[in-house]
Ligand binder design. Sequence first.
Ligand SMILES: Cc1ncc(C[n+]2csc(CCOP(=O)(O)OP(=O)(O)O)c2C)c(N)n1
Length: 190
Amino acid sequence: MIRRSDAIIKVMESVDEEDLVVSTTGMISRELFYNADRPANFYMLGSMGLASSLGLGLCLKNPMKKVFILEGDGSSLMSLGAIPLISACHPNNLIHVIFDNQCYESTGGQPSISVDVDISEIARASGYNVTCRITALEEIDHALYEYQNVDGPILLLIECNHESSHDVPRVSHTPVAIRDMFKGAFNQTY
Ligand SMILES: Cc1ncc(C[n+]2csc(CCOP(=O)(O)OP(=O)(O)O)c2C)c(N)n1
């Protein structure tokens, strides 16, 4: 089974300098910050469940840039209406990555209902252009390479284990600094 932090590192290896990344609150943002901090990352420090809605807004406002949404099964299930909304808006620049460890790992590992509910099937039924379930680390870059020129919305659901190190530091940028750095990256043209 894949460790979530290894999956985050793998995804980030396929992210280009100009791509935008929005990460959900909790350990996903902390692991992203620790392993791949960059101005074009928007770390949600609260507002669980809203990373995908924010990512959709960014896609619609800036169709020239790819937007990666990094969230957990818990975060995704919290705002499940975002999946059909994303689909209905046809953002061809959106890549939605869900690290599914079947629990709320950041707050102690309480089980989520993703053990019984396949979120990738919900995305497929909602009309995402591509959905795929990933069970091995090496499948991540293969999938991102294969779909790099395919229109979104694309969903990668990555099955992860419950393992994680809580020694990973908190995001040390202030919310204002995150906003300002991200704004600069959002407006940067290449
Ligand atoms: C509205 C709201 N509810 C609850 C929390 C507390 N909280 C922060 S992260 C988290 C768990 C997130 O679970 P998931 O998205 O599955 O990610 P994981 O930690 O499992 O990687 C919770 C419950 C919060 N920050 N905001």
